[in-house]
Design a protein around this ligand. Structure first.
Ligand SMILES: [Zn+2]
Length: 396
């Protein structure tokens, strides 16, 4: 808050009002269906303030009122308040190694428009133009359905600068120090004028999909593991994504599991990515670096009883279990959420991982950690990027 001699200034008052408005949105998001009286109780704000601010939020398209209900004994009426899913839209994108994805969703995380295009990493400006094209199409789809757009964010498999504007290092894209926010903003042109473009790590974005829109938001610590061409983690503790001292938290793909192992894209040897990723599994199955087998192909091979695929996935699953064990011992999470294409391969990959982890964790009495498969599938990163726009708006 901006104060002058202890008195809120005009801009301070505006900021305070915005904070109060977003506190109300956050409360109603976490407790859909609560009444104004319950908002007063939970927020500590006065009844008259809540009355004015709730009306403002109804007018702005954040909230919607349900049919009023008569409460039991004294015949008092209460009107349930919920987030409005029909007027404010969010845009999220994922820049993957082989695919670009964009989703448009409402405040409830319901997907209203989804698009994708093949991607070959190379010149960042070319990628920015391609992702901007999809964003403009989804933006127009939202406008066509009479939604206002709150903002947009892009998930990238790499290390992102603290201010969420640029990519410091993305080994799987071959990028270093790329001002991606500015590149996408420029490529969007005039159509999306005034909208911010935030950049965030892909696994953190995907963790947000579960945290902002999933049922797991009350389970903490939550560890989301992204399992695909790269391996990464998004960690939520105390209601916030952990970014670490230098923005480097969650780089679990570069935890060394085998110091004498294969060279990783980061330059070190035997990182988790060299034994768990899709590339690592594919190499074990075919003995070749390229082409990297698609998850659909791996699944088909398993169905045919292909022993090499079976063994490669069980071995990668074992390594994943060892990695989860290390994370489990460090953070004592309430829940692991497994996402990314490899998470779709339950047996033997995920099953072996869970068995490996539980066998060891059980000895230390934290055997009740839950393991779930991400419910948002291939849209997790883009949807979570969209979710980050909402989360950032409502978090002081
Ligand atoms: Zn590495």
């Amino acid at each position: 808050m901006v104060l002058r001699d202890g008195v809120p200034t005009a801009s301070g008052q505006a900021l305070l009002k915005r904070l109060n408005l977003m506190t109300i949105v956050r409360l109603i998001k976490d407790h859909p269906g609560i009444s104004r009286a319950e908002v007063v109780e939970r927020s500590g704000l006065t009844k008259s303030t809540i009355s004015v601010l709730v009306q403002e939020l109804l007018d702005e398209g954040w909230l919607v009122e349900g049919a009023s209900l008569v409460t039991s004994d004294v015949g008092r009426r209460r009107t349930p308040l919920s987030l409005d899913g029909t007027r404010i839209g969010l845009l999220g994108a994922e820049i993957g190694v082989d695919t670009l994805r964009v989703v448009a969703c409402n405040l409830l995380g319901e997907i209203l428009d989804a698009r994708s295009a093949p991607h070959e990493p190379g010149d960042p400006a070319t990628t920015a133009r391609a992702v901007a094209k999809l964003l403009v199409e989804s933006h127009d789809a939202l406008i066509g359905r009479r939604y206002g757009v709150l903002g947009m964010a892009v998930g990238v498999p790499g290390v992102i600068e603290d201010d969420g504007s640029s990519v410091r290092f993305a080994p799987n894209l071959g990028w270093q120090d790329v001002a991606l926010g500015t590149l996408v903003r420029t490529a969007l042109g005039r159509k999306c004028r005034g909208l911010s473009v935030a950049v965030l790590n892909d696994a953190r974005a995907a963790a947000f999909s579960q945290y902002v829109f999933g049922a797991e938001r009350h389970l903490e610590p939550l560890v989301y593991l992204s399992l695909g061409m790269s391996i990464g983690a998004g960690v939520v503790v105390g209601g916030r994504l952990q970014v670490g001292h230098n923005g480097l938290a969650g780089q679990v793909g570069h935890v060394i599991l085998d110091p004498t192992g294969r060279q990783c894209s980061c330059g070190r040897k035997g990182c988790a990515e060299t034994v768990i990723s899709q590339r690592a599994v594919s190499l074990l199955v075919t003995g070749k670096e390229t082409p990297v087998l698609a998850v659909a192909e791996l699944t088909q091979r398993l169905r045919r009883g292909d022993a090499a695929a079976q063994e490669a996935l069980a071995r990668a699953g074992h390594h994943l279990g060892v990695l989860m064990l290390a994370i489990g011992n460090t953070l004592n999470p309430a829940v692991f959420v497994l996402g990314g294409p490899l998470a779709q391969i339950g047996d033997p990959f995920v099953i072996t991982a869970i068995e490996t982890m539980r066998a060891e964790l059980g000895r230390f009495d934290h055997h009740d950690v839950a393991v779930q498969i991400c419910r948002f599938g291939q849209n997790a990163c883009a949807l979570g990027a969209a979710g980050s726009v909402l989360q950032n708006a409502i978090t002081a």
